[in-house]
Design a protein around this ligand. Sequence first.
Ligand SMILES: Cc1ncc(COP(=O)(O)O)c(C=O)c1O
Length: 427
Amino acid sequence: MNELARRAQRVLSPVLGHYTWLPLERGEGSWLITADGRRVLDLTCGIAVTPIGHAHPRVVKAVSDQAGKLMHISSGVATYEPNVALAEFLGTVLPSGLDTFVFQNSGAEAIEAAIKLARQVTKREGIIVFRGGFHGRTTGAATLTTSKAAYRKGYGALLPEVHVAPFPYPLACPIRPAHDAEACAQDALAEIEMMLEHEVPPENVAAFVIEPVLGEGGYVAAPPSFLRAVREIATRIGAMLVVDEIQTAFGRAGAWTVAERYGVVPDILTLAKALGGGMPLGAVAAPRALHERWPTGTHGSTFGGNPVSCASGLATLTVIREERLVERAERVGEIVEEELRPLAHHERVREVRRLGAMVAVEFDDKGASKAATAGALERDVLLITCGTHDQVVRFIPPLNVAEADLRKGVRAFVEAVGAGSPAPAAA
Ligand SMILES: Cc1ncc(COP(=O)(O)O)c(C=O)c1O
C-alpha cells in the first residue's frame, strides 16, 4: 500500500469502491504518471470520460482561458457563450430533432431530469427500465439501476412505479441457447408485452429508459432490432423513449450516438461523461416542443452547465470532430479485438464482444477478471471490470490512442490472462 493510499484511507469514506489505489500525479495523452514517475497506459478513460486522453493542449487552454474569464455565475442568473455554444454544437451531431438542452453536473442528474421531463409531459408516473442497466447513484437513478443489487441494498423504498423488463443479454438469457442475440431479443420483447398486459397498464407508462449498450452491466449491446422495437412500443402506448447514452455517446460506440447508428430517434437523450471532456457535466436533450411543455422553474441547478465545464466539453467535441475520431473509433475497437484473438478459446473466457471502441472480455467468474486486470496493471496497463459479478473486463481506450501503444497494452493484458488465474470459485 502506498503512502497516498494510506492517507486516503484515513480520511476518505470507505463507501467508495476502488479498482486500484494507483497514486497519480498527472495524465499525458493516453498515459497516467505516478508521483515516482511510473507510466501506466490508461485503457479506462476515467470510466469513459476522456475520449481524447489526458491534458489535451486544446482542452487545457480552453479550460484555463475560461477560468480566467468567468468560472461561475449559474446558468439561471445570466447567460454566457460556452453554455450556448456547446448546446449549438450538440444540435449538429445528435439525432435530428434533439435540438434543445438542459445542462446538469453528472449522469445521474441528467437521468433525474429526464424522469421529471417524461413525467411532466405525459402526466404519467410509470417507468420501465431494463435488467442490467446502470443509470446512476442518486435515489431516482438508483431505482432505475439493476446492474447489481448492491446499488440498492440498505436504502429502503426508492422511487415508486419503476418496473424492470428483460434486456437481451445472450449469455445470461434464461430460455434460449447462449449467443443467439436475436432470439434473446424476441423473448425480451414478448416479456415486455406480457408486462403491459399483466402488471403495468400502458396508459400509466411515462417512459422506457434504456442504455443501448449496457455499460456497468457488462458492455452488452442490444441488437438494433430491439431498440427499434422498444421505440415502436413507446410510440404505440404514448410513452417517452429515454435513451441513456451517458457512456456510449461521442464516438465511443463508433458513432456520435448509438441511437444514430441504430436509426432510432429517442424522445429524450441523456448525456454526461465524455460530454465535459474531463470536467463534470451532464445534459438532457429533447426536441424544443417537449422542453416547452416542461413548466419553467420546475427544474434547475446551481452548477449545471458551468462555464468551465462547457468550455472543456466544447473543446473536446471539436477535437473529436476535426480529427475524425468518431470514424477512428471503429478502427480502435478492431485493433483491440485483433489483439484479443489469442483469448478466443481460452478456458476462462466466455466471450469477447465489441461495439465501436467498446470492447469486453467476459470471463467465467470474477476471480479470472480481477486476476487479469491485476496482471495487466503489473505490466503498466490500467483496465477496469464491469458486469453483475465484475466478471467482465472492459476496454475503453482514448479514441486518439497511438496504435502501437494500444497493441502493446492489449498484448500485455493477453499475456496476463495467459499467465494464469485462480480456478473458478466453487458453486
Ligand atoms: C449509462 C450510464 N448512465 C448514468 C451513469 C451515471 O453517471 P454519473 O456517475 O456521472 O452520475 C453512468 C455512469 O457510469 C452510466 O454509465
